[in-house]
Write a protein that binds this ligand. Structure first.
Ligand code: SF4
Length: 321
């Protein structure tokens, strides 16, 4: 029987920063406050953030997650998820007389505003992102046509653009910084006049978590990413560690950590996607301890202090005045 325990002096190195970003914090707080203020049920269109643990916790408290607005009774309170929604969904909610709180991350809203402005100026827009991701659907749904999705450098080669002198690009906020750079370079090579966003759309939290993995990867023999399979930014963290030559696995619960991943390893890296709670990361630490890891060492990294305001109507009464 092979020995599947980590090396006797095995350490867990904790990436900094990891876990919740300001947009996720805000989205969860919006659901919790709406439940407090209006009582259950509160409907939430789509998973509020892509994390099974968070969704299960809010469901227990009285949130009802729906795929589409036709599942929400007329006049009920509905919350749009952090990923944002298309104009059509917003209009549909108004038509149905729903009481809406919008948990779209302000950094996603910034991209929505950019898309609307560019379309008003008559530009065609390329969106760099992943097909089927709700953020991409929401952002592309800000334009009535004139917008095309690219997922890879290969897609750039086949683009058909009516007027390359009136072309711009935007990106999904949670992509890999490196891959996006390659696609942007391909776009600029093919369409030298393409307009760029004033500031990269990849958000600070995505950038910081990817930088933390770059710092951690050379110091460890395996990386464990805490995140749900549908979380874009968690998937990018795992891919990044692998690109840096370190085996990497994504887990959503402690029992998913397999002993053979850490067998004989002296340094185990741990990080968490922007939608994964610290309590879940700590339960993975406990699991690694059970498997034989001895020490936990937080790594140096950026201390984030970003916070986004809550929507009016959910602020404490004195602050709303
Ligand atoms: S990952 Fe970035 S864009 Fe997404 S919710 Fe967090 S801060 Fe907002």
């Amino acid at each position: 029987m092979p020995d599947l325990t980590p090396a006797p002096d095995a350490e867990i190195l904790m990436a900094q920063p990891r876990g919740f970003c300001a947009g996720v914090d805000r989205a969860i707080e919006i659901v919790e406050r709406a439940l407090e203020r209006f009582g259950a049920p509160i409907y939430v269109r789509h998973e509020i953030v892509h994390n099974a643990y968070v969704v299960a916790d809010l469901r227990r408290k009285g949130a009802v997650f729906v795929g589409e607005l036709d599942e929400v009774p007329a006049g009920a309170t509905v919350i749009f998820s952090a990923h944002g929604v298309s104009r059509e969904v917003r209009e549909d909610a108004a038509r149905r007389g729903l009481h809406v709180f919008d948990a779209t991350c302000p950094l996603v809203t910034k991209v929505h505003v950019e898309v609307s402005k560019l379309r008003a100026q008559g530009c065609e827009i390329v969106m760099i992102g992943h097909r089927g991701h709700p953020e991409v659907e929401g952002t592309m749904g800000q334009a009535n046509g004139g917008m095309v999705l690219v997922e890879s450098v290969g897609d750039v080669e086949t683009l058909q653009i009516a007027d390359p002198s009136r072309l711009a690009y935007v990106t999904q906020t949670t992509l890999s910084v490196d891959e996006t750079r390659e696609i942007v370079a391909a776009l600029k090579a093919r369409f030298p006049e393409i307009r760029e966003p004033k500031k990269q759309d990849i958000c600070y939290a995505t950038q910081n978590r990817q930088d933390a993995v770059k710092f951690m990867a050379p110091q460890v023999e395996v990386v464990i990413v805490v995140g749900s399979p549908n979380s874009s930014n968690s998937n990018r963290l795992r891919e990044l560690a692998e690109r840096l030559g370190v085996p990497a696995y994504m887990v959503d619960a402690p029992e998913q950590v397999r002993p053979e991943w850490v067998a004989g390893k002296r340094r185990i890296g741990l990080t968490a996607g922007a939608s994964a709670p610290e309590a879940l990361a700590q339960s993975i630490v406990e699991r690694l301890r059970e498997l034989g890891a001895r020490q936990v060492r937080p790594l140096d990294g950026i201390e984030e202090n970003m916070a986004f305001p809550l929507p009016r109507g959910l602020l404490p009464t004195s602050a709303a005045a």
